[in-house]
Design a protein around this ligand. Structure first.
Ligand code: CUA
Length: 324
């Protein structure tokens, strides 16, 4: 880290390192500009101080060279800062090939994390050091904002849709999750922990043999200790909520489109619009099935609003992802 760093907060992700290099340069440039401007101001104020009441300044019509140089240099900096910021922001919104996925559900006033294995935690997130991860987030009630200061990432969590963030934790340790959007009485208590584990510890965690430092032992037990993975639970919901009566899982056409190979596919809708099937499309089609009708099918699916929880929807999506 640069010796000019004003970094009181540990950096624990690639985005945090990117962000700190940027902010350090911005601070140095800002400081240099400030000192230069102040020095010029004092110099001229003293040099051209009015000596007596008759002492009047010479009329200067302007100097194009100075003006254009100033405009050019400042515009250049603004452009550099924009492109630099854009590059760092792109990192947070771009998927990576080998990334893990963690579902996050915000609600008044706690965070739920859901893992493919079916493990579900309240206010605890476990990540592997060096492994890119995608947070797929939604809210049960109002707007929240998922904020991990040590990762320098923050994203609104919105009811009725999914938002995501891509991050690569770089340092094992325990970090904070804050809610950064005022969401009611206990907003300030909507706190959680991110546990970044070394490769070895993370494998142990996956196997269920991880022994945490004493301080966090009580948090290790998943709150809802499920026996099914997310995909298994999704398959169960698919059968028991009668999705299966209209949608096949083997590619056959029934009343509705098959869900085999659906995720990531481009489908054509009535009206000719094409959409790529992602988490948001699936969720919308479950909760608001009349909104986007797939071409060649009748609009007759009932809404599952109120019948499926956010966890159920996440499980179903996890199931669909397995039906390649
Ligand atoms: Cu949730 Cu503030």
């Amino acid at each position: 880290m640069s010796r000019f760093s004003l970094n009181f907060l540990p950096s624990a992700s690639i985005s945090a390192d990117n962000f700190m290099s940027f902010i350090n340069v911005a601070n140095v440039v800002g400081a240099v500009m400030f000192v230069a401007t102040m020095a010029a101001m004092f110099y001229f104020a003293f040099k051209y101080k009015q000596k007596n009441t008759k002492d009047e300044g010479e009329y200067l019509p302007g100097n194009y060279l100075i003006e254009f140089t100033g405009i050019f240099v400042i515009s250049l900096w603004v452009a550099v800062f924009f492109l630099w910021g854009w590059r760092d922001y792109s990192y947070v919104i771009t998927p990576r090939a080998d990334e893990a996925e963690v579902n996050i559900i915000g609600q008044q006033w706690q965070w739920t994390s859901q893992y493919a294995s079916g493990r579900t935690y309240t206010n605890e997130v476990y990540l592997e050091e060096g492994r890119p991860v995608r947070f797929v987030m939604t809210s049960k009630d109002v707007l929240h904002s998922f904020y991990i200061p040590e990762f320098r990432i923050k994203q609104d969590v919105v009811p009725g849709q999914f938002t995501s963030l891509h991050v690569t934790p770089t340092k094992a340790g325990e970090y904070n999750i804050f809610c950064a959007e005022y969401c009611g009485t206990a907003h300030s208590k909507m706190l959680g922990n991110v546990h970044v584990l070394s490769k070895k510890d993370f494998q142990a965690w996956l196997d269920g043999t991880y022994t945490a430092p004493a301080k966090v032992v009580e948090k290790l037990e998943p709150k809802a200790n499920r026996t099914m993975t997310m995909a298994e639970s999704g398959a169960h919901i698919f059968r028991t909520k009668s999705c299966v009566s209209c949608h096949s899982v083997d590619g056959n056409r029934q009343v509705g489109p098959t869900v085999k190979g659906l995720f990531g596919k481009e489908v054509e809708l009535v009206g000719g619009m094409k959409v790529t099937v992602d988490e948001n499309y699936l969720r919308e089609s479950i909760m608001d099935p009349m909104k986007k009708i797939v071409k060649g099918y009748a609009p007759q699916m009932p809404t599952f609003r109120g019948m499926l929880s956010d966890e159920d929807v996440n499980d179903l999506i996890a199931y669909f992802k397995t039906l390649k």
